[in-house]
Design a binder for this molecule. Structure first.
Ligand code: SAH
Length: 474
């Protein structure tokens, strides 16, 4: 992002526009929406510019702009139709005076650019494409214009006038959002239709009284939400919404930062990461933290990688919530095993090959986990192994001892759906060695008994992540 979007307060501020022709008129149409003190410089003024000057909406100076005109301005525009030299002179003046300058249709000569604007004052949507594609900006503008009802500005103004009252009566966080969501999600619009603009204040007051009378609304709640393997596009819509509503997000170390981006800016984000070896947060502390925030009346999202109910100690968390009488819900996510299979484009079950699939962990509370090795080694079942990187040699040894074939397919997918996603296609006989050679550090899923679709067929369908570095180490 080269251009950082901000909203500049132009109330009573001087804006100098060099040029009074058609180009200037187009910019002035936007500037006249503000409360700026607008000064236009140029001889040959366009008649609409003259008209605005006659109506005292701006001051027209029928001469070229000079250094003194620029000093003290908040913004300067160079809008001299087909006169790049004059624009360059304006830019020099502005730079010398330390004032931000925009030259119309000259990205490199400008220090700021004016976005395409959807105006529902006081709501303003600014659209920028870094000057790359004005056509795209116009299309997006048209789409947003249709999305935002024309009455939005009126609704927002009434909301602004009532804001202090709401802040005096409702604590910050969920309750205030519940109040405003109901208003903007349709109640305000309906009140406006029924009683007109003048009825909005009464509507807001009534809604606040009703909310205040209903105490149980003030209790917090917790959602255990699956964050999927990484790519935010692999989140469910419900996960997205819940994440967007949360006051507090308690997330695991494995949750992708791109997913956290979807939380509101005001939300409190707390990493309650546990590493496979050596816990930084004890499960009890996580439970206590969840309960504490919910008791404060907050909407808490407990965000877990993949699916929250797969190897995530979610029962302990739900027990704690139930014990504390806090309402909770679970939002499922795409578990890593499923995402790994999608990456390798291999079916997790297949007629005649395996009619069952096991999700196993290579670690349990005691260390490397023991399993029914003989069945797992038989080739008649497939297993997705979680937390299996450090245990790869142990797994390999156990499966071989219990009769596993050296050429039994194993597919390892690391950092699924992240930019550093990698896959190792190997066999039981070479598993640990190939993982070492490829430098697999995890997080990774080992699909035992499943071979990725051959690279020859690659490119026929899209895989789930953007970069696909298949480190085929066989
Ligand atoms: N609840 C999670 C699993 C948590 S246990 C889920 O449903 O996926 C942690 C293990 O999940 C890791 O050791 C690894 O085996 C796997 N894992 C989590 N995210 C992963 C990712 N992006 N890529 C590969 N494996 C992942």
């Amino acid at each position: 992002m080269r251009h950082f979007p901000i909203f500049v307060d132009l109330h009573g501020q001087r804006v100098a526009v060099s040029g009074a022709g058609e180009t200037a008129a187009a910019k002035l149409r936007l500037l006249l929406k503000t409360q700026a003190d607008i000064h236009v410089y140029g001889d040959d003024a366009h008649e609409v510019v003259r008209g605005w000057a006659n109506d005292a909406r701006l001051t027209l100076h029928e001469r070229a702009i000079a250094a003194d005109d620029v000093a003290g301005a908040r913004l300067v525009y160079g809008a001299n139709d087909d006169d790049p030299h004059e624009d360059a002179r304006v830019a020099d003046l502005a730079r010398a005076a330390g004032v931000l300058v925009n030259l119309v249709d000259n990205l490199d000569g400008s220090q700021f650019i004016t976005p395409a604007i959807v105006d529902r004052d006081p709501v303003t949507v600014a659209i920028g494409t870094e000057g790359a594609a004005p056509v795209l900006a116009r299309r997006i503008k048209a789409q947003i214009e249709t999305m935002l009802p024309a009455t939005l500005g009126v609704l927002a103004q009434a909301a602004a006038a009532f804001r202090d009252t709401v802040e005096a009566h409702l604590p910050m966080g969920r309750l205030r959002r519940v109040f405003w969501s109901a208003y903007f999600d349709g109640n305000g619009e309906r009140a406006l239709e029924k009683d007109g603009e003048a009825g909005l204040a009464a509507h807001l007051k009534g809604a606040l009284d009703r909310l205040l009378a209903n105490d149980n609304e003030t209790s917090g709640r917790v959602d255990l939400v699956g964050a999927g393997p990484g790519d935010p596009e692999l989140l469910t819509l419900k996960a997205r919404t819940r994440l967007h509503e949360a006051d507090v997000v308690l997330y695991d170390r494995l949750v992708d930062p791109r997913v956290l981006e979807l939380a509101r800016r005001e939300a409190v984000l707390i990493e309650v990461g546990k590493t496979a070896f050596g816990e930084s947060w004890k499960q009890d502390d996580i439970n206590a933290e969840m309960v504490r925030h919910a008791r404060d009346g907050h909407h808490v999202v407990r965000l877990k990688s993949g699916d929250p109910l797969v190897f995530g100690r979610a029962d302990e968390e739900m027990d704690a919530l139930e014990g504390a009488g806090i309402p909770f819900a679970v939002v499922p996510g795409i578990t890593s095993a499923v995402a790994a299979a999608a990456q390798a484009r291999v079916s997790l079950t297949r007629r005649g090959r395996n009619s069952e699939l096991r999700f196993i962990t290579a670690h349990d509370a005691k260390g490397f986990a023991e399993h029914e090795w003989r069945t797992l080694a038989s080739g008649r079942t497939a297993a997705a192994v979680y937390m299996g990187v450090k245990a790869a040699r142990f797994l390999q040894g156990r499966l071989l001892i219990h009769g596993g074939a050296r050429d039994l397919a194993v597919t390892v997918v690391e950092n699924i759906s992240r930019t550093d996603e990698r896959r190792v296609d190997t066999t039981l006989g070479r598993l640990a060695e190939d993982m070492d050679d490829a430098g697999i550090r995890g997080p990774a899923i080992l699909l035992v008994g499943l071979a990725a679709r051959s690279t020859a067929a690659r490119g026929m369908t899209e895989s789930i992540a953007t970069p696909r570095i298949a480190a085929s180490a066989s």
